[in-house]
Design a protein. Structure first.
Lengths: 617, 409
C-alpha cells in the first residue's frame, strides 16, 4: 500500500523522471469523474471537508448530464518506494463532438487509463479514443470500473479489453471509484508502467495548449503541457499560429485549485494567465513559445475547430434578440468552436445561424443559453454545410436551406463521416437496416467478442445529425453506441423541399434532402403542421414542393365557431379579461401571410418525433 | 355567474362608490339582479356560484336567505345615497341562480317588495325569475305573478331524457309543458333555456328539442352551447373517456339549425344566443347588461355596475351573510373602468346584438377592420354601408374573432 506523498515535488524544479502525465479515456457514465474524485481524496489534493461529487466538473450542466465538456488538468502528489512523484491527470471531454479536444489532451500525455464499466463493456467512442491514444503511442492501462455492481461481468470484459489492446485479461485492473477499491493500486501502476516525459530543458520553450477556459475574473486560463525549455512568470510569450504575444501574468499548477508557481519545466502540466479575454486568442492545439527566444518549429497538429452542424437559433420572444446576441458573444469567449452570424427568417424573425461541432454541442449550448440567460429559444432543424456548384462554375457554401440556389445547379457535394457503431451482435441486422436507410455504405465489421460487434459505415453527415442516434438507441435497446469523424464529401442528388402555407413559403420548414426522401419529408411535415396549426377563419392549404412541383398536400379546415355562447350574466369584467387573454394568445403567434402559427408549432415541427415523445413522458 | 371572481381593487366596508358612479344617471336605466345561490342538485356541467343544502351546511340556510338579501338592499339604499347616485325606479328586475324557485314564492316576493319600497318600479317594468320546471307549482307561479313578477325563464335544456341525464338535470320532460301552462295561466311571459352540443346529443335530438320547445309557445328562447368548464364533474368524465368530448363543428351546425328552426317558428335572433317573438319579448334585463346600464346585484358572487364602476360580492353564502350581519358591504372587490375599458366593453357586447354596433362608435383601428370583415362575410355589407356593424350568420359563430379584429390595439 502506497502512502500519500509526504513532500510534493515543487513545480518548475521537478525532474521529468518523477513526472507522469496521463488521461482517463472513458465513456459517459462509466465513472471517470467518480474515479477522479477518489484520486483527489487519496492524494490529499482536496481536503475531505471540501470534497463534493464530481469535483472537476465545473458547470452545473456537466454535473447534471454526467459529462465533461471542457477538460482540466490536476497535479497529484504520490509516493512509490520512497520517491515522491508528480502525477498530472488530464481530464478529457467525454463526447463524440469533441474529438479534436480529446486528441490534444492525449497529445499532452504519455499514457492513458482506459476506464470501462464492468457491467457494460467498451463503447464506440471509447474505442475510437483508444485507437487515437494507440496511434499517439500512449501506454495504456486497462481498468474495469464499478466492480462493486451486482451486474458487473469483470471476466468477460477483461477478456474483451485484453483482446483489444493485447496482453492478458489478468493485467486488467479491477477498481471501484465508488468504494475506492483498487484505486491505490492504479496510482502505483501509473507510476510504474507509464513512461516519464522527455524533452530538452535547454531548447527554446515549447508548450502545447490542450485547453483554454474563460473565467469572468481572470480572463482566459490556458492549460499547457511543456515539451521543451521552461516558461517563467513575467516573461513575454508568443502563440506560434498567430504570432500574437502576451505577457505571462501568472503561471502555475492546478491541484486542483490554481496555485501559482515559479514556472513550468519540461514535462510539466499547468496553466497560464495572460489577461486575454477570448479563448480564440489562446487556441487549443497551438504552441506557446518565448517571444525573445522563440522556437523555430511549432509542435504541430494544430487545427482550427470546424463546425459541422448548423442551426438557426431564434428567441421565442423577438424582444429577447439583444439578450441572445450578448449571450452568444459571451459564450464564444469560452468556446472557440462556436461560430455564429445574424440571420433573418421570414417566419421566425431575427436570430442567428450558429455552427456547432455536432448535435450534442448544439443541445448543450442551447440548453445553457436558455438556462443561464433565461431565454426561450427555437432552434431550426440542424443542417450540414453543402457545397453547391452552379452551371456557371460559381461555388456556394450552403448551411441554411433558404440559401439554397434555385435552378442551374451543376453539382452538390455533402459532407461525409465514417461512423463506428458498437453493439451486441443480435442487433447487427437492425443497425445495418438503419444505416442502409440513411444512405450508408458498409466499411467493415469486426467481432470484439462473440456477443459484441464493431460495425463501420460511411454515411452522409446530414443523415446522422437529426435523429440517427435516438433511432440507434431504440433499435438496440439502448446498447448501441456511436462514434463518428469527418470523412470527406460526396456528390449527391439533393433537392430542397419547401413548405407552403396558403401558397406562401415558410423558410423555417424548408429542408435539403436526398431526392428519394423528399416525398417522405413532404408528407411528414405537412401532416405534422396540419396537427399543429390551429384552424383559422379560412381554409389553409399546406403544401410541400420541390421548386414549382407540389409533392404533398394537406389542408386545415376553416374554423366555424369562435364565440362564447353565454355572456356570463353581469360579469362583464370576466368577458373583457377573456378577450385580453385571447389577444395575448394571438400576440404569441407568428403571422405567415394571413395564417397565425403558434410558436409551439415551430418547436414541435422542428423536433424529431423521438424527442417529442420524450417531452410527453 | 362563473365560479372565479376577478381580481380588482378593494371595496370599502360601507359600500360607498367613487364619484364616477353618480355621473350621467339620467342617461342610464337602473335595474336589480338578485342571486339565489341554491340548487337541489349540483349539475355536472355547471360552474356557477351555487350550492346544495349538503354542500352549504349550517350558517347560511335557505330559510334565512330572503332576510339576508333584504339586509343588502338596505345597505344598497344607504350606499347609493351616500355616493350621490340619484335614486331611480327600477326598469328591470331579474332573479337568477342557482334555482330561485327553490325558495318559497313568498320569500322571492318579499325581496321584490323590499326593493320596490326602496326604489319603485317604472310602469311596465320587466320582472323575471329563472325557474326549474321541477320547483314550481301552479300556486307558486300565481303568487309570483300576484306579487309583481311578469316573466319566468324555465331551464328546459333538452327534450330528450338521455341528454338531460348527461347534464344531470332531474326534471322529467313532461313537466315542462305543464309548468309553461301554469305560467301562462298566471299571466307570466315565458322564456325557455336550451343547451346544445351535449355529449351524445344527435342532430335529430337537438332538432327535436327545438321543435318541442316551440310547441309550448314561448315568447323567448335562449340557446347556449354547452361549455365544458374546468373542474366540473362533466370535464372529469370527458377526460376519463366516460363521455365523448364536445365538438366545435357540431356546435356550429347546431347553432345554424337553432337559428333556422326558431326563425321558422316565429322567433328572431336579437343577440347571439337569444331569440324573441317580438321586440317587446326581448329580455330587457340582459339588454341592460349589454348596453351598459346601471344595476345593483344582490347576493353572494353577484356583480353590479354603476356608471363605469363594477364590483362583485364575496362568493360564499356564509361569508356573504357574515359581512352583512356585521353591518358591512359584502363586496369583495371592484374596478373603475377607464375610457378605454368602456370602449372595449361597448364593442364586445354590442357587436353581439342584432341591432348592431354603430361604426361611429369605432376608433380608427376598428373602422379600418370593417372592410376586411365584409370581405370575409362576417358582417352584413348593406348595414355596414349604412354605418352599422351587424353580424352575418357565419359572423355570429365567429363573434369573438370579429371583436378581436375590431379591437386591433
Amino acid at each position: 500500500m502506497s502512502p500519500m506523498a509526504r513532500t510534493a515535488p515543487v513545480p518548475a524544479s521537478t525532474d521529468p523522471a518523477i513526472i507522469r502525465n496521463f488521461c482517463i479515456i472513458a465513456h459517459i457514465d462509466h465513472g471517470k469523474s467518480t474515479l477522479a474524485d477518489r484520486m483527489l481524496q487519496l492524494t490529499g489534493a482536496v481536503e475531505q471537508r471540501d470534497m463534493k461529487a464530481q469535483y472537476l466538473d465545473r458547470m452545473d450542466i456537466e454535473r447534471e448530464r454526467g459529462i465533461t465538456i471542457k477538460s482540466q488538468a490536476v497535479r497529484l502528489p504520490w509516493e512509490v518506494d520512497g520517491t515522491a512523484y508528480a502525477l498530472n491527470m488530464i481530464d478529457t471531454p467525454g463526447h463524440v463532438d469533441f474529438t479534436y479536444e480529446v486528441s490534444r489532451s492525449l497529445a499532452a500525455c504519455e499514457g492513458a487509463v482506459l476506464l470501462v464499466d464492468a457491467a457494460q463493456g467498451i463503447e464506440a467512442q471509447t474505442l475510437a479514443n483508444l485507437y487515437l491514444a494507440m496511434e499517439n503511442n500512449l501506454a495504456i492501462i486497462p481498468v474495469l470500473n464499478k466492480i462493486d455492481l451486482p451486474a458487473a461481468q469483470p471476466e468477460k470484459y477483461a477478456a474483451e479489453l485484453a483482446s483489444l489492446i493485447g496482453g492478458e485479461p489478468e493485467d486488467v485492473l479491477m477498481v471501484s471509484g465508488k468504494t475506492g477499491v483498487g484505486v491505490e493500486a492504479l496510482m502505483d501502476k501509473i507510476v510504474r508502467d507509464l513512461p516519464s516525459p522527455t524533452g530538452d530543458p535547454n531548447a527554446p520553450a515549447r508548450a502545447m495548449i490542450f485547453d483554454s477556459v474563460y473565467d469572468t475574473y481572470r480572463g482566459v486560463v490556458t492549460y499547457v503541457r511543456v515539451v521543451d525549455g521552461k516558461l517563467s512568470p513575467r516573461e513575454r510569450i508568443q502563440m506560434m499560429s498567430t504570432r500574437a504575444s502576451h505577457e505571462l501574468l501568472e503561471i502555475g499548477v492546478s491541484s486542483p485549485e490554481p496555485k501559482p508557481s515559479k514556472g513550468l519545466g519540461v514535462g510539466e502540466v499547468g496553466y497560464l494567465i495572460t489577461g486575454v479575454k477570448d479563448v480564440r486568442q489562446s487556441k487549443v492545439g497551438d504552441t506557446v513559445t518565448n517571444l525573445a527566444k522563440p522556437a523555430a518549429q511549432s509542435l504541430g497538429g494544430y487545427q482550427d475547430p470546424k463546425p459541422m452542424v448548423f442551426s438557426g437559433l431564434y428567441p421565442l420572444d423577438g424582444t429577447d434578440y439583444p439578450v441572445l446576441r450578448d449571450a452568444l458573444a459571451k459564450f464564444t469567449l469560452n468556446d472557440a468552436a462556436l461560430l455564429y452570424e445574424p440571420e433573418t427568417s421570414a417566419a421566425l424573425g431575427f436570430g442567428f445561424r450558429v455552427g456547432f461541432l455536432g448535435l450534442l454541442h448544439l443541445e448543450i449550448t442551447r440548453e445553457r443559453l436558455e438556462r443561464e440567460y433565461n431565454l426561450d429559444l427555437i432552434s431550426t432543424a440542424p443542417n450540414v454545410e453543402y457545397e453547391v456548384t452552379l452551371e456557371d462554375k460559381t461555388v456556394l457554401k450552403v448551411t441554411n436551406p433558404s440559401e439554397y440556389p434555385t435552378g442551374k445547379i451543376a453539382e452538390v457535394r455533402e459532407p461525409m463521416v465514417s461512423a463506428t457503431i458498437l453493439a451486441p451482435s443480435e442487433f447487427v441486422g437492425a443497425i445495418m437496416e438503419l444505416c442502409q436507410q440513411r444512405r450508408g455504405v458498409l466499411g467493415g465489421m469486426d467481432y470484439l467478442s462473440e456477443e459484441r460487434v464493431e460495425i463501420r459505415y460511411r454515411l452522409p453527415l446530414a443523415e446522422i445529425v437529426f435523429d440517427f442516434f435516438d433511432l440507434l438507441k431504440s433499435k438496440t435497446r439502448g446498447y448501441g453506441s456511436l462514434d463518428w469523424k469527418a470523412d470527406g464529401e460526396q456528390v449527391a442528388d439533393l433537392v430542397k423541399v419547401d413548405i407552403l402555407l396558403q401558397g406562401e413559403q415558410v423558410d423555417a420548414f424548408s429542408a435539403i434532402t436526398h431526392r428519394d426522401k423528399a416525398y417522405a419529408y413532404g408528407v411528414m411535415m405537412t401532416g405534422k403542421l396540419r396537427e399543429l396549426i390551429p384552424r383559422q377563419q379560412f381554409e389553409v392549404p399546406i403544401q410541400a414542393a420541390i421548386g414549382a412541383r407540389i409533392i404533398a398536400r394537406e389542408s386545415i379546415r376553416a374554423i366555424r365557431k369562435d364565440v362564447l355562447a353565454k355572456c356570463y350574466g353581469g360579469d362583464i369584467t370576466r368577458k373583457r379579461k377573456l378577450l385580453e387573454k385571447q389577444k395575448e394568445g394571438k400576440k404569441r403567434m407568428k403571422m405567415v401571410g394571413r395564417v397565425e402559427v403558434p410558436q409551439e408549432a415551430f418547436i414541435a415541427a422542428l423536433s424529431s418525433d423521438e424527442s417529442k415523445d420524450k417531452a410527453r413522458k | 355567474m362563473p365560479s372565479a371572481l376577478p381580481l380588482g381593487l378593494p371595496a370599502p366596508a360601507d359600500g360607498v362608490l367613487p364619484a364616477q358612479a353618480a355621473q350621467g344617471t339620467d342617461t342610464r336605466n337602473f335595474g336589480l339582479y338578485v342571486h339565489i345561490p341554491f340548487c337541489a342538485v349540483r349539475c355536472g356541467y355547471c360552474d356557477f356560484n351555487t350550492y346544495t343544502a349538503t354542500e352549504l351546511g349550517s350558517g347560511a340556510s335557505q330559510d334565512e336567505y330572503a332576510g339576508t338579501a333584504r339586509q343588502e338592499l338596505k345597505l344598497a339604499g344607504k350606499a347609493l345615497a351616500a355616493s350621490g347616485v340619484a335614486g331611480r325606479p327600477m326598469s328591470t328586475v331579474f332573479f337568477g341562480g342557482g334555482t330561485p324557485t327553490l325558495l318559497p314564492a313568498r320569500d322571492l316576493a318579499a325581496v321584490l317588495e323590499s326593493a320596490v319600497e326602496l326604489w319603485g318600479l317604472v310602469p311596465g317594468a320587466e320582472v323575471t325569475t329563472e325557474a326549474n320546471p321541477d320547483s314550481v307549482t301552479e300556486e307558486s307561479l300565481r303568487v309570483l305573478a300576484a306579487s309583481g313578477f311578469t316573466r319566468v325563464s324555465f331551464g328546459m335544456q333538452s327534450a330528450l331524457p338521455h341528454v338531460l341525464k348527461v347534464l344531470d338535470r332531474t326534471h322529467s320532460p313532461e313537466r315542462v309543458p305543464q309548468a309553461v301552462e301554469w305560467a301562462r295561466r298566471a299571466g307570466l311571459k315565458v322564456s325557455i333555456d336550451l343547451i346544445y352540443g351535449t355529449p351524445g346529443e344527435s342532430m335529430a335530438d337537438w332538432r327535436a328539442s327545438l321543435e318541442t320547445a316551440l310547441t309550448y309557445g314561448p315568447d323567448h328562447v335562449s340557446a347556449y352551447a354547452l361549455i365544458i368548464e374546468e373542474g366540473t364533474r362533466l370535464a372529469g368524465r370527458i377526460r376519463r373517456g366516460e363521455v365523448p368530448p364536445i365538438d366545435d363543428d357540431d356546435h356550429a351546425d347546431k347553432y345554424a339549425v337553432a337559428d333556422e328552426v326558431l326563425g321558422a317558428g316565429g322567433l328572431d335572433w336579437y343577440e347571439v344566443s337569444n331569440w324573441a317573438r317580438t321586440a317587446d319579448d326581448r329580455c330587457r334585463h340582459n339588454l341592460a347588461y349589454w348596453k351598459g346600464d346601471d344595476w345593483w346585484g344582490i347576493g353572494p358572487g353577484a356583480h353590479s355596475h354603476m356608471g363605469g364602476v363594477r364590483w362583485w360580492n364575496v362568493k360564499h353564502p356564509r361569508a356573504y351573510a357574515a359581512a352583512l350581519d356585521a353591518g358591512n358591504s359584502p363586496a369583495a372587490g371592484r374596478e373603475v373602468l377607464s375610457d378605454r375599458d368602456r370602449y372595449v366593453e361597448d364593442v364586445l357586447l354590442r357587436v353581439r346584438l342584432q341591432e348592431g354596433l354603430p361604426t361611429a362608435v369605432l376608433d380608427p383601428g376598428g373602422r379600418r377592420a370593417v372592410a376586411g370583415l365584409i370581405a370575409d362575410r362576417l358582417i352584413e355589407p348593406s348595414d355596414a354601408f349604412k354605418g352599422v356593424v351587424r353580424l352575418t350568420g357565419a359572423g355570429r359563430l365567429l363573434a369573438d374573432a370579429v371583436v378581436r379584429r375590431l379591437l386591433p390595439d
